[in-house]
Design a binder for this molecule. Sequence first.
Ligand SMILES: N=CN[C@@H](CCC(=O)O)C(=O)O
Ligand SMILES: [Zn+2]
Length: 413
Amino acid sequence: MLITNIKGLVGVHPKDKLLLRGNEMSNLPILENAWLLVEDGLIKDFGEMSKIPALILNLSSQISAKGKFVFPSWCDSHTHIVFAASREEEFAMKIQGKTYEEIAAAGGGILNSADKLQHASENELFESASSRLKNMILQGTGAVEIKSGYGLTVESEIKMLRVIQRLKANFPIPIKATFLAAHAYPKEFKDNHQGYIDLIIHEMLPQIAEEKLADYIDVFCEKGFFSVEETDQILKAGAKFGLKAKIHANQLSASGAVEVGVKNYAVSVDHLEETNQHTINSLKTSNTIATLLPSCSFYLGIPFADAKGLITENVPVALASDYNPGSTPSGNMNFVVSLGCIKLKMQPEQAINAATLNGAAAMEISSEYGSISIGKKANLFITKPMPSMAYLPYSFGETQVETIILNGEIYNG
Ligand SMILES: N=CN[C@@H](CCC(=O)O)C(=O)O
Ligand SMILES: [Zn+2]
C-alpha cells in the first residue's frame, strides 16, 4: 500500500527513539508533502513527494491523502474496558454533588461493577468489550492495555483475564493485560485486608502466571482502598511471578503511591491528579512513566495533573483514556489529546507524543509502535483534510480520524 500526497506525516521519530522526556516531548517531527509505503504490515519507507522513486509510483494499491495528515495510531496504555454494565445512576449522583469516595462508600463504585461482573458470562463480557474496543479503534486507537479488577474473586478475576486473552486473539492490535484484583476490598474482606491479599498472592497470582494471563500487576493505592504497605506487598508478590507494576497512584490524594511504585520499578504510575513536588522528585531520577488521564479529571471534576511540572522536571509523560464505567465512560483518545492541551496545558506536540510514542513505551511496545519509523508496524490513521497538525486537538469533540490502517490494511470495524 502506498499513501501519496500526505500533507503532513506526523511523528517521524528515529526508530531507536523509544521514550521522550523533557524538551524531547516538544519535538514532534512532521514530514510535509510526503509519501509512505507499507509492505507486509510494516512501514517500509517514506519520503518527500518531490523525490518519490518512479518504481514506487507504479504500485497499484495507492491512497491519495491530499490535504490530509497521517498519524501513528493512538497507544492507549490504561483502560478498564471489560465490564458488565454502565453506571449512569452514579452520573446523576455526581451531578447532585456526591464525590467519588461517597459514591463508593454508598455501595456504588468498583464494588457495584464487581457485583454485576460476577453475574455476567464470559461470552457476554467478550461481546460488550469487543464492541467498545471496536469503537476505540475506529477513533484511532491502535494499541491498548486492559485491566481486570471488576472480578475481585478468584473465579471472576480469571474470567476477566480470559476475556482479555480472547480480545488479544480476535483483534488486529497489540493488547496488554493487567491484573488488578487489588482494585477494591470485597465486602467480605472489609475488615480482613490480609485475607484478601493472601487470596491475591496465593490463589490468583499462581494461576494467572501458570496460564500466562497477565503482563502487568496493578494496585489502586489510595486512602480507603490499598495502603502503601499493602501495595508494596502485592507488587513484590507480582514481581516474583514475573509481573511488572503499573499502578493507580495519587488519584484522590498524595498518599505515597507514586513513591511505592517507583520503589518497585513500576513501568508507569497512572493518574497523578494529586501531584506535588515530592511526587515529581521521586519520579525524576527513575525510569517510571507518568501516565496522565485527563478525561478522568474532566468527568469526576477532580484536579488535573501537573503535566507541565512533570515535563519540566524531565519525567516522561504519557496520556491514556482510563476508559471505565465509573470515572471515565469514554475511550476517545482524540478527546484525551484535546484535554491534554486544553486542561493540562500541554502543547499539541507534547500531547500527541504522550498519546503515541510514550503511550507505547508505557506498554513496552515502543520498538514496534507509536511513531512513523521504517520497520515499525503500520498502525496509522489518515485524517480528514486539516489545515495543520494542531487542528486535531483544537477541534475537540469533532473527529478528524477518517481512515484506519492496522498492520498495513484498512480497518472498517
Ligand atoms: N481508580 C480506580 N479505578 C478506575 C475507576 C474504577 C471505577 O470507578 O469503576 C480509575 O482508574 O479511575
Ligand atoms: Zn484506571
